[in-house]
Design a protein around this ligand. Structure first.
Ligand code: PLP
Length: 367
């Protein structure tokens, strides 16, 4: 039996580099609550993303929940996509708002902006699109819609760290953005997340919300939870950020090999690169559309060879069991997304995946 290939494998700095980064924590004994590593990582991220206002969080999901809270979104409808990870939809529900599902564009599988006008009602309060697989949404059309209707646009940019368009970072699109620094993401701090906003007041609210709503020692203006990033996570982030560009370059080479092997094969559809966009090569989705095997068969054939691909995203969030019977939760309302969910497989992709392993994976698919 060949060795197992997992769909992802976390990037890590050298052991010694991480140890050097955490050494001073043994002297200071300051392990969380905006310590030196937390401050240093926020400063480095301001620089990397070209954004002034940002707040580290325990994870991406809580950053998204706090963004919804900081924007005062407690009720009403939020225009969003079902072709995403559970987190996006669950954050909307947990805020008290109602997700209204828009279909996606076939080329990028991101929210189709033409759907926004169609699904707009007098109860719409915000737009929450997702840069799926690190593909940028049609940010110009979505911004225009937001302006026209005075609706805030909050991006789930969990997949899009390191992506930029014409030199402008993905963090700068929309009124706010959330990044996930989970271990499986291109850039990570083991667990972690980031909320990016555009003004000091919103940032202050986010910083209060992630610390129980406490603003000062004797002042608690908000009902907040706990979503603070600890110093060990921040130290991992600092180390990984130093190597990020190199890791993205390695991912690019892996992706190029996949493209060389699979592009143009009848029945396989790859998502096109986006012009002017510096990609982060976060995922490698393939859609099986009229191929000799369907998606589930390819998934099983790969699994039999010890290769773990992922049905990502399947099922759509609007077909989750926890929402059964809710009005508006029907994959038939979003047919492009429903079709993609049935046909897509993301293939193993990580910086250290060897080109020989890519060939082994492609050989199974093409066999
Ligand atoms: C990973 C992910 C999240 C959640 O981020 P966590 O850091 O795991 O909480 C949200 N949305 C999308 C699209 C994701 O992939």
């Amino acid at each position: 039996m060949n060795k197992t290939i997992n769909v992802t494998r976390s990037s890590m700095p050298a052991f010694e580099e991480y140890c050097a980064e955490i050494r001073e924590l043994w002297d200071s004994r300051w392990l969380t609550n905006q310590g030196v590593k937390h401050q240093a990582l926020e400063a480095a991220l301001r620089d990397y993303l070209g954004c002034e206002h940002l707040a580290l969080h325990t994870n991406g999901h809580l950053a998204l929940e706090n963004l919804l809270e900081a924007f005062g979104l407690h009720q009403g409808e939020i225009l969003t996509t079902p072709f995403t990870f559970a987190s996006t939809t669950h954050a909307i529900i947990r805020s008290g708002c109602t997700p209204v599902f828009c279909d996606v564009e076939p080329e990028t599988l991101t929210l189709d902006p033409r759907e926004l006008e169609r699904r707009l009602t007098k109860n719409t309060v915000a737009v929450l699109p997702v840069h799926v697989y690190g593909k940028l949404c049609d940010v110009d059309a979505i911004a225009e819609f937001g302006r026209r209707h005075s609706l805030p646009v909050l991006y789930d940019a969990a997949h899009a760290f390191g992506v930029s368009r014409d030199g402008v970072s993905s963090a700068r699109f929309g009124d706010a953005a959330m990044f996930s620094f989970h271990a499986t993401k291109v850039f990570h701090s083991i667990e972690g997340g980031l909320a990016v906003c555009r003004d000091a007041d919103t940032l202050q609210r986010l910083n209060d919300l992630k610390n129980f709503g406490i603003h000062g020692p004797e002042e608690v203006p908000y009902v907040g939870g706990n979503a603070k990033m600890n110093e060990f996570a921040a130290a991992m982030g600092l180390c990984n950020l130093r190597h990020l560009d190199g890791e993205i370059e390695k991912r690019r080479r892996v992706t190029e090999r996949y493209r060389t092997r699979l592009e143009g094969v009848p029945g396989l559809r790859l998502l096109p690169e986006q012009p002017g966009v510096r990609a982060n090569y976060a995922y490698f989705p393939v859609l099986f559309e009229g191929y000799k095997y369907d998606r589930d068969q390819v998934f099983a054939l790969l699994a039999a060879e010890g290769i773990n691909a992922r049905k990502y995203f399947y099922p759509l969030t609007n077909s989750f069991a926890c929402f059964r019977g809710r009005p508006g939760f029907d994959p038939a309302d979003t047919p492009v997304a429903a079709g993609a969910a049935e046909r897509v497989l993301t293939l193993p992709l990580y910086a250290d995946l060897s080109l020989e392993d890519v060939d082994r994976i492609c050989d199974v698919i093409l066999r």
